[in-house]
Design a protein around this ligand. Structure first.
Ligand SMILES: *Cc1c(COP(=O)(O)O)cnc(C)c1O
Length: 422
């Protein structure tokens, strides 16, 4: 697709956009009474207008029914974790039995590590991308210590080549091969939160399995952003949060995937709770944990209905649109964004885009590495009505989200940004 830098073209792209009507399904934040240019759906997705109704219905049922709502609510609370399975499965490319909404991301990462990080004398290392999200690093460190090991001798961090910002797939695969006798586990952020790089899940999974290790992905920045095929790609486990691209609300419900290959491996250690226990016997309160087959066996507690209701509101929208259509628009929208940014005169003196230029290696986010006055430029953006994201020491992350952002917003952002650079 050839782009040009006239506002007219932005408006035309919006007119031709089949997803255009979806913007009106969301509540858009304002700055000084004007609708903000909200490019932070990668950090906190916007609120669907239907979220309120979904939550209100649960409050109503609770008011009317009290505890009877477990069975008689319009969406019976007892089965609530089942209601989101189909939509989540489609988003991550899995079977419904392989996904479940539960807890928060870091909690789920710990639960997965308990089961899938089983270090032995010789095979005990975890290979991750350098600069992984803090919470993930702390989870790895503490799990390693929990096994009586030393994190600095156990974590292998892969860094990009000198002068580069993203990892090359060939280098990742080579590293896995090099460490094949000592790695127990490989875990990557599927879309790296800082650079926006979308890793080659399939190749990483295959290489990891060839090395005799297990592979997991953190989908915090991937779910609802890029198409995923966790089942086909034979990923062992994955976790995600609900409040970024999934629009489930601040602190919203997270989720996890466990591949069918492990569904009936009841030997795997579990940190257990009653919601993971065989549902036929759950209320008998008998000794001896008997996990449900599949990822359901990793549930701990009864389901948080209000968070779950908020998530259902948003998942209904995803289900209606489909990730294929979303992705189509996303590639166009971010491609257009990149084109406009690169047409700023002398842009290379001010910033570089560290996110890969190849659309197959990124989602909707672009990370702009500022060469001077980064924070000042960012503050000017905020003043001009842009909500973007500043990452120390020098990166501005901007994510036009295909569900609710427009080509015209991308155009306007670039104008504001151009002025802020002056
Ligand atoms: C957003 C994010 C988290 C946040 O963890 P919570 O448990 O949801 O607070 C963790 N890891 C990554 C990679 C993230 O992007």
């Amino acid at each position: 697709m050839k782009f040009d830098s006239a506002i007219f073209s932005a408006k035309k792209l919006d007119q031709q956009d089949p997803l255009r009507p979806y913007r009106s399904k969301f509540l858009l934040p304002k700055i000084n009474n004007k609708t903000a240019i909200y490019f932070t759906g990668n950090s906190l997705g916007l609120q669907p207008k239907t979220t309120k109704n979904f939550i209100a219905e649960e409050l109503e049922d609770w008011a009317k029914l009290g505890v009877e709502g477990h069975i008689h609510a319009r969406r019976p609370w007892l089965y609530y974790h089942k209601f989101s399975k189909k939509a989540l499965a489609k988003l991550v490319g899995a079977k419904p039995s392989e996904v479940v909404a539960m807890n928060q991301l870091t909690v789920n990462l710990h639960l997965m590590l308990v089961s899938f990080y089983r270090p032995t004398k010789t095979r005990f290392k975890i290979l991750i991308e350098a600069g992984a999200f803090g919470s993930d690093q702390y989870a790895f460190e503490s799990q390693i210590k929990f096994h009586g090991l030393n994190p600095s001798e156990t974590i292998i961090e892969l860094s990009p080549r000198n002068g580069e910002f993203c990892l090359r797939t060939e280098d990742i695969l080579k590293s896995i091969e090099e460490h094949k006798n000592e790695i127990a586990l490989v875990v990557f952020g599927a879309v790296q939160y800082y650079t926006g790089q979308f890793f080659d899940i399939k190749k990483i999974a295959q290489a990891t399995h060839r090395a005799g290790a297990l592979v997991g992905f953190d989908l915090a920045h991937a779910i609802g952003n890029v198409p995923l095929h966790l089942h086909k790609d034979e990923v062992d486990f994955a976790v995600w949060c609900g409040y970024k691209y999934l629009n489930s609300g601040p602190g919203g419900l997270a989720g996890a995937f466990v591949h069918d290959n492990h569904a009936r491996n009841f030997e795997l250690p579990h940190f257990a709770g009653w919601w993971g226990h065989d549902e036929k016997e759950r209320f008998q309160m008998k000794k001896g944990f008997k996990p449900m087959p599949g990822v359901d066996g990793w549930q701990l507690s009864n389901f948080p209905i209000l968070s779950g209701a908020a998530q259902l509101a948003s998942l209904n929208i995803f289900d209606e649109v489909g990730i294929t259509e979303l992705r189509k628009k996303s590639v166009l929208l971010t491609g257009y964004f990149e084109f406009l940014l690169k047409s700023i005169e002398g842009y290379e003196n001010h910033f570089s885009i560290i996110t890969p230029s190849n659309p197959n290696e990124r989602g909707c986010q672009l990370s702009l590495l500022m060469k001077k006055n980064g924070k000042k430029v960012f503050d000017k953006l905020t003043k001009a009505g842009v909500i973007a994201d500043w990452r120390e020491p020098d990166v501005i992350r901007v994510a036009p989200v295909p569900l609710y952002n427009t080509f015209e917003e991308v155009f306007l952002f670039t104008e504001i940004f151009r002025n802020a650079l002056k």
